[in-house]
Write a protein that binds this ligand. Structure first.
Ligand SMILES: NC(=O)c1ccc[n+]([C@@H]2O[C@H](COP(=O)([O-])OP(=O)(O)OC[C@H]3O[C@@H](n4cnc5c(N)ncnc54)[C@H](O)[C@@H]3O)[C@@H](O)[C@H]2O)c1
Length: 332
């Protein structure tokens, strides 16, 4: 399997290491910034380096592409690759908005090329463990999720609406959003109320936000997003589930069953590294990329694929609208 990379920044280095772990052929890379691309090419032994996607696609001989560029490039680069018959794993947020995301999904449907959205927490050991325990919690009524950076925030394109689409909610809140949606079994969002704003730095995207999502299974999710915050109730994707029979939590990962003593993750039974050493370990991304390759090889629609990415974009779009109008927004 020959794999290529769009973007040579932070997360594509992680994906390139995963590609090496998976034994793939790292064949091409694209970035308009030559210096960073040359360094990436050298680090990962990639000779074919291109300043634009068109030239890379014209030369062909690529099976799969990982798109980890600024958000405004996700849709055009993904669609161009899918149209060339190349399977794509695109970073979150899938696109700038739902309209773009739907075009990407349609391109994958039309061409038959695989489209996966890198909502990485679906591959996390603790997330999967909590999902395996849901029966013990009864019906999940409400949830709380965290997507917050404390004393830090990204810079550059992340903080510009024209390149990023949104701020901390689109960047970090979406991790908590996708994690809870995965845990709840991918329910449909039916309405969103949100409040967002910019209080900590001077840029034109949000650095602070909360959203309340109502799902079609009756559960309600509260999600906090932020950059540069003085406090976070947990690390990225930390989630709490309140069920009729118990409480389940990610990071720290544990259960509290009604009328029983607190139940702890049993390391010997789970086979997990617990407590975990790193919050976002390389192994998480290795598992994610392995799954992408498996989906391609078995011609299986990935989850998270286009539909999961679109559902998240719908919530994010509705959140920005709600924050602007001050009213809850229904999602069709
Ligand atoms: N899932 C995760 O854990 C995770 C973590 C970090 C970032 N991300 C996502 O990955 C994406 C990239 O984030 P990052 O932190 O790596 O950003 P980054 O700024 O470190 O990297 C972006 C890269 O894209 C390149 N680029 C810009 N314009 C380009 C063009 N026209 N063609 C090709 N390359 C171009 C930049 O030069 C840079 O190399 C974002 O969408 C972000 O939300 C996901």
């Amino acid at each position: 399997m020959k794999i290529a990379f769009a973007g040579t920044g932070y997360i594509n280095k992680v994906h390139a290491r995963s590609a090496q772990v998976c034994g793939l052929e790292l064949v091409a890379v694209v970035n308009h910034k030559a210096e960073s691309m040359v360094a990436f090419g050298k680090e990962f032994g990639i000779a074919r380096q291109y300043k634009d996607m068109e030239s890379m696609l014209k030369d062909g001989h690529i099976d799969a592409l990982v798109v980890s560029t600024p958000n405004y490039l996700h849709s055009p680069q993904t669609i161009a690759a899918l149209n060339a018959g190349i399977h794509v794993m695109v970073e979150k947020p899938m696109a700038m908005n739902t309209t773009e995301a739907e075009k990407m999904y349609k391109a994958s449907e039309r061409t038959g090329a695989t489209l996966m959205v890198a909502h990485c927490w679906r591959f996390d050991q603790d997330v999967l463990w909590l999902k395996s325990q849901l029966e013990k919690l009864g019906k999940i009524i409400r949830t709380k999720g965290i997507g917050v950076h404390t004393h830090w925030g990204p810079s550059g394109w992340f903080t510009k609406k024209e390149y990023a689409g949104g701020g901390a909610m689109a960047d970090m809140g979406i991790h908590a959003l996708d994690t809870v949606r995965f845990l709840l079994g991918d329910p449909k969002p039916i309405s969103v109320y949100a409040k967002m704003g910019t209080y900590y730095k001077d840029f034109d995207v949000d650095d602070t936000g909360i959203i309340i999502v109502e799902w079609d299974n009756g559960a309600t999710s509260f999600i906090e997003s932020g950059w540069w915050q003085p406090h976070a109730d947990g690390p990225e994707a930390a989630t709490q589930l309140y069920g009729t029979e118990g409480f389940g939590q990610l990071f720290p990962t544990r259960l509290e069953i009604l009328n029983k003593k607190e139940e702890k993750v049993d390391i010997t039974e789970s086979g997990f590294e617990f407590p975990r050493q790193e919050h976002c370990p390389q192994s998480l991304y290795d598992t994610q990329l392995k799954y992408f390759i498996k989906c391609i090889e078995t011609n299986q629609a990935p989850n998270p694929g286009g539909l999961e990415g679109i559902a998240n974009m719908k919530v994010i779009d509705a959140a920005y609208e709600s924050s602007h109008t001050g009213k809850a927004v229904d999602i069709k």
